[in-house]
Design a protein around this ligand. Structure first.
Ligand SMILES: Cc1cc2nc3c(=O)[nH]c(=O)nc-3n(C[C@H](O)[C@H](O)[C@H](O)COP(=O)(O)O)c2cc1C
Length: 201
């Protein structure tokens, strides 16, 4: 761990120390269809930095979900879809970390969300939205619109757009760009606050 990263980890640890009295369950969906995914690395960094706050279940298998079927969705959803929905329902918070594909969100992520449209699994769910991509602006706007439509609970501070992600994270999963690192830390702090406040009632 390099020195700067250590300082940022320390900052988050201190923040956690003042904020925490219990651990929260988080369900994290990775939108990438690739194996060597920068978004996976970002989520791994998130898990490492927040290990005292969140127990994170990572879902990186979007391409194994069947294609959306509206008839099955309400009447007889496949078991894998029921499991996916239940993972969201049972989580204290939801994190979506995704690239942009062809100026949109990846089809696998859209497909998974479509399977949930007949439900209220996203309603009021404290949510963090990260788009980490080459550009990503259009996909990020789309993701926010979709998650607003399904009534997920997020705000500007629990969304993060990272341009040029491949040049800002190394093979070890360390964020090498100082501004991105600052933004990531701020995002984590705000997301912890949202999850904590939403689950304290
Ligand atoms: C099918 C496909 C379409 C893509 N389209 C876009 C795009 O529209 N905008 C963009 O910023 N990046 C696009 N990219 C590049 C990805 O943003 C980039 O590869 C990113 O690192 C992928 O994230 P990952 O490493 O987590 O898979 C595309 C990549 C693929 C595979």
């Amino acid at each position: 761990m390099n020195r700067l990263f250590y300082l940022y980890k320390l900052k988050i640890d201190l923040f956690i120390f003042y904020m925490m009295d219990k651990k929260f369950n988080l369900f994290a969906i990775i939108g990438s269809a690739s194996r060597n995914s920068a978004n996976q690395k970002l989520v791994d960094a998130f898990v490492s930095l927040t290990k005292d706050v969140f127990d994170v279940t990572i879902f990186s298998d979007l391409k194994t979900l069947p294609h959306f079927d509206p008839e099955l969705s309400s009447e007889n959803p496949p078991e894998v879809i029921s499991d996916f929905r239940n993972s969201i329902v049972n989580a204290d918070g939801l994190l979506i970390c995704t690239p942009e594909y062809v100026f949109s969100i990846p089809s696998g992520l859209k497909n998974a969300i479509e399977w949930c449209i007949a439900t209220t699994v996203f309603s009021d769910k404290p949510t963090g939205l990260i788009t980490a991509s080459a550009h990503g602006a259009k996909g990020h706007e789309e993701l926010k619109l979709i998650m607003k439509t399904v009534m997920a609970n997020f705000n500007d501070d629990t969304t993060l757009l990272i341009h040029g992600i491949k040049g800002k994270i190394n093979e070890m999963g360390e964020i090498t760009d100082i501004n991105t690192k600052n933004d990531f830390v701020k995002f984590i702090e705000e997301f912890i606050t949202l999850v904590k406040n939403s689950n304290s009632i």
